[in-house]
Design a protein. Structure first.
Length: 678
């Protein structure tokens, strides 16, 4: 089905409904999209004018509509539905059933009627024929014929409509199926011919005016005969000021005269003009008799060639090697996330290497996209590589590329690596701590020398890239363990950015939840979902080891499972409980895993990994110190563990009731149970 914005290429203007119906049927049989509209004379002309303005290429109609359309200035081709003698004879035969005194009105001999006397004799009727030249004459002509005793009038669409309005009997001259089919077939042929003509014209125009190269041609005397728009723009001259003048006078030193004298091509020469460096190719134009008829010069700005090289590299890359996100896609109003984005924006203004750290799911890649999008490289490629997703051999070939025959099954012609494809843009190396020492050494050379060598090759390829790396590991620990090169560590650790964990910015959870609920409601075609106050409170208290990615997964599951648009507290508790159980089944709690509880005034908390960053030792919110290594706390730890287990047993392992008795939230209790493995 054609979209509303698209215009048809062929339109048939039918003077009466029956012709339109036949045309639609034939269009379906031919399998061609021909739009059929109804209108005659003035209305038909208005349709023709509107269709021309919409870009319709061919019109089909008949009778006076053609004459009037041409008079109105319509310039697109109009294919006529011919009114044959048989069509007229058929109409006259119908009129004879009404009266033997018939009037025939046609529009400037549109009607084909070669021998009216013979027809009168055969049908035994009297035919009074009148010719009109304008639709304004129709009513007057009908009146004259009736004054001469005519009882029935035969004519086209507007004639019969006027007769109907005047109460005069009439017969419409109808076109048969074959006439309509023939006209539609001709229109298709006209459309195809116009297409071929336009393609040839556009091809020649594109060669001359839209080529990247400037094109200049001269005659045998060195006078300029052709200068395309690219050449005129590059040389900063109007074509009409150059045509007919000697090329050496307009562009001194361009070398046309030398090619005319020697009849030999000159390629890859450099021409200097107005502080520009122009790469020129000059070849003689020869006639059939091998005589010199002129010179063809093509040239480009050297800077443009370099820009084109970057564009070609980018277009040769697989789809998707572009940044998809900006800082606007990062959701959050907390000071922690604002600080991170502020630092990232400052990093966007420079070209140094960036190392982004943070737990999994904190949005490191999202920030890398944002840095690229606000940098001077934003128009270049953004190539993201997950270093942990590929085995060493495959990662090496993908990063650095290879030449033909470099290894078994190497692609014929070789393959450019992702580092090459990132030329002029940004290379994002996610999970950089996972790459092998061998690849680390090759990557270090790329960063130091700004060049890459494909596997199996002995040539280096210059590259201009910015590297952004990301990791959820402590790279310095890997350096100390001998698993990460120290020189590479210092090379990538120039500008550092730590992405905060979600538990460090709980105030952003409602904003993120609202965004993901809308996203997944649309995705799964559910009604608009929202969180009850209790559900939002529980989600806000959860610690999210998987950070934003885990929150996203939880909310998608809530959208799918919720029976009501308002997601309940119980459903959230059940889903979070299941996630906790997958990490550590409750049955294992009784197997002797250690739990540490501090209690005061009927409240309790388990200080596992302290959010304050105090490490193994710290202070809970109730002022009781905890340090796992100190044996004097062993008795207290045992008491705390037994207290939690006893309450769990009493409440038949119902965590909501257990948390209530301990005076803590269910989320805190779930965190304690998770930390019992510690």
């Amino acid at each position: 089905m054609r979209s509303q914005a698209a215009s048809p290429k062929i339109v048939l203007i039918a003077p009466y409904p029956e012709l339109g119906a036949m045309a639609r049927k034939i269009s379906g049989e031919l399998g061609v999209d021909i739009e059929v509209m109804e209108g005659v004379l003035r209305i038909g002309v208005k349709i023709a004018q509107d269709m021309e303005s919409r870009g319709v290429e061919v019109l089909i109609t008949r009778g006076g509509t053609i004459i009037e359309s041409l008079k109105s200035g319509v310039k697109i081709p109009i294919v006529e539905i011919e009114v044959t003698g048989y069509d007229v004879l058929r109409a006259l035969y119908k009129a004879r059933q009404i009266s033997d005194n018939i009037g025939l009105i046609d529009y400037e001999n549109i009607v084909s009627l070669s021998n009216s006397a013979l027809i009168e004799n055969l049908l035994k009727v009297k035919i009074q024929r009148s010719i009109i030249r304008h639709h304004a004459e129709i009513e007057e002509t009908i009146s004259k014929l009736t004054n001469f005793g005519v009882q029935v009038i035969v004519g086209g669409g507007q004639v019969t409509k006027t007769c109907e309005a005047l109460g005069i009997r009439n017969v419409l001259i109808e076109s048969d199926l074959e006439s309509i089919r023939h006209a539609m077939t001709n229109a298709i042929a006209v459309l195809e011919a116009r297409k071929i003509e336009r393609e040839k014209s556009n091809q020649l125009k594109a060669i001359l005016d839209f080529a990247y190269e400037g094109i200049l041609a001269t005659d045998a005397k060195g006078r300029i005969t052709t200068l395309n728009s690219s050449a005129a723009k590059l040389m900063n001259i109007q074509p009409d000021r150059a045509i007919g003048r000697r090329a050496e006078d307009v562009f001194p030193g361009i070398g046309v005269d030398e090619v005319l004298r020697n009849a030999t091509p000159q390629t890859d020469s450099i021409y200097h003009i107005k502080n520009l460096h122009i790469a020129c190719n000059k070849v003689p134009i020869k006639t059939v008799g091998d005589e010199i008829a002129g010179v063809l010069v093509t040239f480009q700005d050297v800077v443009k060639i370099q820009q084109l090289e970057k564009k070609i590299r980018k277009e040769l890359a697989a789809r998707g090697l572009v940044a998809k996100y900006s800082f606007a896609n990062i959701i959050g109003e907390s000071q922690e996330i604002k600080d991170a984005i502020s630092i990232a924006r400052r990093y966007s203004a420079v070209d140094s290497t960036v190392l982004i750290t943070g737990e999994t799911g904190t949005g490191k890649e999202l920030v890398a996209h944002g840095i690229h999008m606000e940098s001077k490289r934003k128009d270049g490629p953004f190539v993201a590589v997950n270093c942990a997703a590929l085995p060493e051999t495959l990662l090496e070939s993908e990063l650095f590329g290879y030449v033909e025959g470099a290894f078994t099954d190497a692609r014929r012609g070789g393959k450019a690596g992702l580092i090459e494809l990132a030329h002029g843009g940004t290379l994002f190396l996610d999970e950089i701590g996972e790459i092998s020492l061998k690849i680390q050494a090759r990557l270090l050379r790329v960063l130091q020398e700004k060049e890459v060598m494909r596997i199996g090759d002995d040539k280096v390829i210059p590259v201009d890239i910015r590297v952004i790396a990301a990791t959820n590991k402590d790279l310095w620990t890997l350096v100390e363990d001998g698993r990460f090169r120290e020189d590479l560590y210092y090379r990538i650790n120039v500008l550092t950015l730590r992405m905060p964990a979600l538990r460090e910015r709980p105030g952003d959870i409602p904003l993120l939840a609202d965004y993901f609920l809308r996203l997944f409601s649309d995705k799964h075609r559910r009604p608009s979902m929202s969180l009850s106050k209790g559900a939002l409170r529980i989600l806000s208290e959860y610690d999210y080891p998987g950070n934003v990615r885990e929150l996203m997964n939880i909310l998608e599951r809530l959208v799918v499972l919720s029976d009501n648009p308002a997601i309940s507290e119980d459903l959230v508790q059940r889903i979070l409980s299941e996630r906790q159980q997958r990490r550590r089944p409750v049955s294992e709690i009784t197997a002797g895993n250690a739990v540490s509880v501090s209690a005061a005034g009927g409240n309790a908390d388990i200080p596992g990994r302290l959010n304050s960053g105090a490490g193994a030792a710290g202070e809970s919110q109730y002022g009781i110190l905890y340090k796992e290594e100190e044996s004097q706390h062993g008795i207290l730890r045992k008491m705390e563990r037994e207290l939690v287990l006893e309450i769990l047993r009493q409440e038949n392992f119902n965590r909501s009731r257990t948390a209530k008795r301990l005076g803590v939230s269910t989320t805190t209790l779930w965190r304690w149970l998770k930390e019992m493995r510690a």
